[in-house]
Design a protein around this ligand. Structure first.
Ligand SMILES: *Cc1c(COP(=O)(O)O)cnc(C)c1O
Length: 384
């Protein structure tokens, strides 16, 4: 079907919660996408940091194909090997405790919120100004953005937003605090790295009070910043870590990872999901981790990130780039959404805008130097 036909169906049958570009993608490979008319695009968004291994990575495709032919779903009432192996690998690669699987980033954060409330009953949850933790009601309550929250009031009580200021965080955390939630690099908020001072202040405040430090690495994790988890280059280790987006190699999967002390806060019946951690998706995630949890791949994320950042700095009307690895943004003089649309429709380059003046870049982590240079060339033409 053509884009026009799909748009007609959308207007009659699809709840309009998304604004879509008039492009229909039918195939993807590596950093490339193809539309229904056979046009090739360079993808520097990767499905919002989901396709970190690139589109249709052969190892992910093979893992899914093999598993989907044997067993698709049984629920968490039973064992499957992929889920257990994935939990073991995720915990070993990060905080060394235990893992709870979810189907998305918001759900991983919901699990973290519930775990913190059970571990520290009645306590407040401190969140950072401009944070984004998801769209479900608990995660939305942890997302202090009036435009996103107000239509759905009242929010879940118990969340306190603080300014991006180490002293403000220190003052907000007290003996009645359950947890502090932080994205080490705020993604949806415009790719703003949280300062080392704020991260250290949050760690110290949690150590002082017993509150739980939670890092939301739904976007910054899975190799995106040049280490497997962004916290590994900050020197601050959280107590809980949430992951999703790139975790499933393109398939929907989220995870909450604990440190050893918090591994047994949930008991049977406390939390659950019918689908989460199913064998097909766990197999895909194991294949994706095999690709990403690799020092040469991570080194190339750092190198290609530096190359992209250097090029972005030279674009006409662009601010100094910010971010880490291949999670980058620049502010522009012009209208960022208009630049995104022209890049897509005129130059066949997929990027996105996190706000009226901010362009965000999240290419697949397997991107080549040539593809980085090509994307910069296309962007330069749009912005000149
Ligand atoms: C995308 C995102 C979420 C929400 O993930 P979904 O899978 O869309 O629910 C939560 N936290 C951060 C930091 C994100 O970038």
């Amino acid at each position: 079907m053509s884009v026009k036909e799909l748009q007609a169906i959308e207007s009659s049958s699809v709840i309009p919660s998304y604004r879509r570009f008039p492009v229909e993608f039918v195939r993807g490979e590596g950093c490339r996408l193809w539309d229904d008319e056979g046009n090739e695009y360079l993808d520097f968004l990767a499905g919002i940091s989901v396709c970190n291994v690139g589109h249709c990575h052969p190892a992910v495709v093979a893992a899914v194909q093999q598993q989907v032919e044997r067993l698709i779903h049984v629920t968490n009432l039973f064992y499957t090997e992929p889920a257990m192996r994935l939990a073991q690998r995720l915990a070993a690669s990060s905080l060394g405790g235990k893992v709870y699987f979810a189907n998305s980033g918001a759900e991983a954060n919901e699990a973290a919120i519930k775990l913190c409330r059970k571990a520290r009953p009645g306590g407040e949850i401190v969140v950072i100004q401009d944070a984004f933790h998801g769209r479900t009601l608990g995660a939305l309550s942890a997302t202090p953005q009036p435009a996103k929250q107000d239509p759905f009031a009242p929010m879940v009580p118990g969340f306190v937003a603080v300014a991006k200021d180490p002293q403000a965080v220190d003052r907000a955390v007290h003996s009645g605090t359950s947890a502090v939630f932080i994205e080490p690099i705020q993604g949806e908020g415009g790719v703003y790295p949280i300062s080392a001072e704020l991260l250290s202040a949050a760690r110290a405040a949690c150590d002082r009070t017993g509150a739980i430090l939670v890092f939301d690495e739904v976007q910054s994790g899975m190799g995106r910043t040049g280490t497997l988890w962004a916290y590994q280059s900050t020197g601050v280790v959280p107590d809980l870590l949430t992951s999703a987006k790139g975790l499933g190699g393109g398939m929907p999967l989220g995870a909450l990872i604990t440190n050893p002390a918090l591994g047994d806060v949930f008991a049977p019946g406390d939390h659950g999901s019918t689908f989460a951690g199913g064998p097909v998706i766990a197999s895909a995630a194991l294949a994706a981790l095999e690709v990403i949890d690799d020092e040469s791949l991570l080194a190339s994320v750092r190198d290609r990130g530096a190359r992209l950042s250097k090029g972005l700095a030279k674009l006409p009307g662009a601010s100094k780039p910010r971010g880490a690895g291949l999670m980058l943004a620049v502010d522009v003089d012009g209208d960022a959404p208009a630049i995104v649309e022209r890049a897509l429709l005129e130059e066949r380059l997929v990027i996105n805008a996190t706000g009226p003046n901010t362009l965000r870049f999240l290419p697949p982590l397997i991107v080549s130097d040539g593809e980085v240079d090509e994307a910069l060339k296309r962007l330069d033409r749009v912005m000149s």
